[in-house]
Design a protein around this ligand. Structure first.
Ligand code: SF4
Length: 240
């Protein structure tokens, strides 16, 4: 009950035709896009074929290996691939590992990570429920901003992670993650945050980076407002 749909029992063409019909009538704010339906169907069929997201992530990690594809390789202690639930509904994407992350090989484990964990809990979830990763997998020296050649080389890995996990919603943390993922270098976090963007059919909510919030605690209330919009969008699906 409660409006859940068994996507394996419905015809893809029927869904596409129905959505196209509504869009032709001028409804431009459907709760789910054609791209998202396509993603859902291909996901369902992949699962039915036994394709396992955990295995796919492991294969991707093996493929990345001891990556030397950009100049950040020589600065890292550990490559920080990402961590969390391969079937996460919500994916957090930050910029790059910091000192603690580099030492431990895990994303968001320092003070900023603790703040992110508190946000996740406040949203009614646990860290193990979500997936957390960065655009850039190796720590830039002195925590400088990643450079364009590094972003363009590493970005394909986070794109693949998103493709495998296929979250219902992405939250980007900070300006760099937002600009890099959307490939829109002119996006400003202060004006973009709080409104959903579309990343290849997946709703994307930009918000502040937890490290910024540690320096500017008065803006925590804005990130909480962004998180509430995400919760409202996930809730009808999770309550199924
Ligand atoms: S930052 Fe990305 S592309 Fe560069 S070495 Fe690390 S994993 Fe490879």
């Amino acid at each position: 009950m409660g409006g859940t749909i068994d996507v394996m029992s419905v015809d893809t063409g029927d869904i596409k035709r129905l959505l196209a019909y509504y869009q032709a009538l001028g409804f431009d704010a459907l709760p789910i896009s054609l791209q998202a339906i396509n993603n859902l169907m291909s996901d369902a069929h992949a699962e039915a074929r036994g394709v396992n997201r955990k295995s796919l992530l492991e294969e991707l990690r093996v493929h990345i290996g001891d990556c030397q594809r950009c100049k950040l390789a020589k600065h890292r202690a550990n490559l920080v691939f990402g961590a969390g639930n391969p079937y996460a509904r919500l994916m957090f994407i930050g910029e790059a590992p910091g000192k603690e992350e580099d030492l431990q090989g895990l994303p968001f484990v320092g003070d900023a990570g603790m703040l992110l964990t508190r946000l996740i809990i406040k949203m009614g979830m646990k860290r193990e429920d979500v997936y957390i990763a960065n655009i850039i997998k190796c720590r830039p020296p002195m925590n400088r901003d990643p450079e364009e050649d590094e972003l363009s080389t590493c970005r394909k890995f986070i794109e693949k992670q998103i493709q495998i996990i296929r979250p219902q919603i992405i939250m980007t943390l900070g300006r760099i993650a937002l600009q890099a993922l959307m490939e829109r270098p002119n996006l400003r976090i202060t004006s973009a945050r709080g409104r959903f963007l579309d990343y290849r059919g997946i709703p994307l909510m930009p918000t502040f980076h937890p490290a910024y919030l540690l320096r500017n605690p008065k803006d925590k209330i804005l990130t909480w407002a962004d998180a509430q919009k995400v919760m409202a969008r996930i809730a009808p699906i999770t309550s199924g």
